[in-house]
Design a protein around this ligand. Sequence first.
Ligand SMILES: Cc1cc2nc3c(=O)[nH]c(=O)nc-3n(C[C@H](O)[C@H](O)[C@H](O)COP(=O)(O)O)c2cc1C
Length: 224
Amino acid sequence: MFTTTHFCKIKLMTVASLSTIPREKMKRNEENNKSPANLKTLIAYGTCFGATAGTAEEIMKILDDEGFDVKLSNLKEERIPDISEYNLVVVDSGMEMGHWRSETEDFLKKFQKNFENKKLTLFISSLKTVEEKEGKTGLFAKIRKVWLEDKILKYYFKPITVGFFDGILDYNKMSFLTRKFMEVGFKLQLQKNGFKEVESVVYDLRNWDEIRSWARELAQRAKE
Ligand SMILES: Cc1cc2nc3c(=O)[nH]c(=O)nc-3n(C[C@H](O)[C@H](O)[C@H](O)COP(=O)(O)O)c2cc1C
């Protein structure tokens, strides 16, 4: 039986930083009539192949430019004991066989009640574009419902926005069995749909314009 641990052959570097608010950002916050406390943000993610980590970092940069004070946390490597100081919480997960990563699911369960008085947003990384490109709109809608909308219903969340992004398939980082399995599952489909390797047997499907524009909209909503 496959478990998430089998899929992760490499340990990703921790991408965690707690930024302090520079003087010009403080000034901007004052101009916007927002106290820094309103802009304290946690981005907590679970990743195996690094797509969600890279996407979360990009979102952090944009929120940072918008005056937010962001902490980025890889949930596999850091235990978050308390989220009371954050006003905005962004929870992100890579998708594997239709499942959120376990550390992200645990985080949602642990703080389910605490999210009630916070601005919450969720996003996932998968290979959604493959279905989109093949025109499987019905299947895509079903996947979105099961992976995102049902999750929100399950925990009674009221997110201010949700994101559904593309990820990475890196065959170099898979165990032998997973690689074989994923070759049957996706490789032909990727090639058939014109996706090119960014390096040998690595497909990066992320759309940075989509991610950045989502992050800008998130910033606006979080300030409302
Ligand atoms: C074992 C395995 C199973 C996967 N299952 C799915 C899937 O069911 N649907 C999908 O769209 N993507 C699937 N993917 C692709 C991942 O969603 C993609 O690699 C994503 O980038 C994972 O996020 P991460 O890079 O942050 O770990 C799978 C990937 C692996 C390795």
